[in-house]
Design a protein around this ligand. Structure first.
Ligand code: 5GP
Ligand code: MN
Length: 326
């Protein structure tokens, strides 16, 4: 049997260093990636609770507004937007669920290079940008790694923390559907339920709390659906101004069609195009995203680029087609 991550000497040493670097009354700025998903927000808030138990103060800061579907997460009301952050004096920075520093947005320009930085993440392309890097790509979510830290450091799991850990696992596995869902995912999820996480409440908040506007956006995206490459590739396009409501899992609908192996969603936002890629089976869309300057996971990746949409679309289709054929 493969030893549990928490049983390895490497992980125990990392947990001890995590507590030494971030505990004991330090002022810690906790942040995550732009366009935050459920795991990003849940990880940030879990980290804040962990730091509280380690006798430190956490300030949670996001480059964007908290997406409405995640504002049910316990503690979400205490998140500050980067633009409203006056303070510059932090003892430490903790970045969760972000593969590199440019993904944290404008905040990257506001933190002093002297401030020690800790990086907790599960992205395969993580750039190990911290003084301490607790990075495990095989973890289903970043909250799974935070759970391991909680266990190793013998911290307690009140119901708010259980909800956060569960929510990160739930959202990053697409509701326990994606290939990163393992026995371990369910085992941790079950423990979180024992500690007070409510699966139905969390599922309803994540998947059944859309606004009419975002459902209409879904309708527009679906009517733009095109299948190419003998039905292996699905593409959708929506025009979206910055004030428009976001529907984060729009890109997943391309993969809901039988036979589709890769899907791309193009969001036209003024001069730039934000592209979300999804893959199934052996298709690795993170390779495609990296070719366009982005990144992500093998089954969900993305990038943002300026330029001509029609040209970009055929380039992305060609690249995905190449990946499908590998
Ligand atoms: P989404 O398509 O939902 O916006 O993003 C899917 C995944 O791709 C997320 O895990 C996200 O971290 C990653 N991703 C999206 N856009 C970018 C990008 O511009 N750069 C990098 N490195 N990763 C991205
Ligand atoms: Mn994640």
């Amino acid at each position: 049997m493969v030893p549990e991550r928490t049983d390895t000497d490497e992980f125990k040493a990392q947990a001890a260093e995590f507590a030494a670097k971030l505990g004991d009354q330090k002022r810690v700025l906790v942040t995550t990636h732009i366009s935050p998903d459920g795991d990003a927000v849940a990880s940030m808030l879990s980290a804040s609770e962990i730091l509280r138990q380690l006798d430190s103060d956490a300030i949670c800061c996001l480059p964007d507004r908290v997406p409405r579907r995640y504002d049910f997460l316990p503690g979400a009301d205490r998140i500050i937007e980067t633009a409203d952050l006056n303070d510059k004096d932090w003892d430490r920075i903790l970045v969760v669920d972000s593969g590199n520093l440019s993904r944290i947005g404008d905040l990257a320009n506001r933190i002093s290079p002297e401030t020690p930085l800790v990086n907790v993440d599960h992205h395969i392309d993580n750039e190990r940008f911290g003084e301490l890097n607790v990075v495990y790509p095989e973890a289903a979510s970043t909250t799974e790694i935070l759970f391991d830290l909680i266990q190793t450091l013998h911290l307690s799991i009140p119901d708010n923390l259980a909800t956060l850990i569960y929510a990160g696992l739930f959202t990053d596995t697409g509701g326990f559907r994606f290939p990163n869902t393992t026995e371990r995912t369910f085992s941790i999820a079950a423990r979180m339920v024992r500690h007070g996480a409510n699966p139905n409440d969390i599922a309803e908040a994540v998947y059944a709390s859309n606004s009419p506007t975002s459902m209409r956006l879904l309708g527009k995206a679906l009517s733009s659906l095109e299948l190419t490459e003998n039905g292996c590739l699905a593409t959708m396009t929506v025009e979206q101004d910055n004030s428009a409501e976001e529907m984060e899992d729009l890109a997943d609908y391309g993969l809901a069609i039988k036979g589709v192996r890769a899907a791309a969603l193009f969001r036209l936002e003024g001069e730039s195009v934000r592209v979300s890629l999804r893959g199934r089976g052996t298709v690795d869309v993170s390779r495609v995203a990296r070719r366009f300057g982005g990144g992500g996971h093998t089954k969900a990746a993305g990038f943002t680029i300026k330029g001509d949409y029609d040209k970009l679309r055929s380039q992305v289709i060609a690249a995905l087609n190449e990946e499908i054929g590998r």
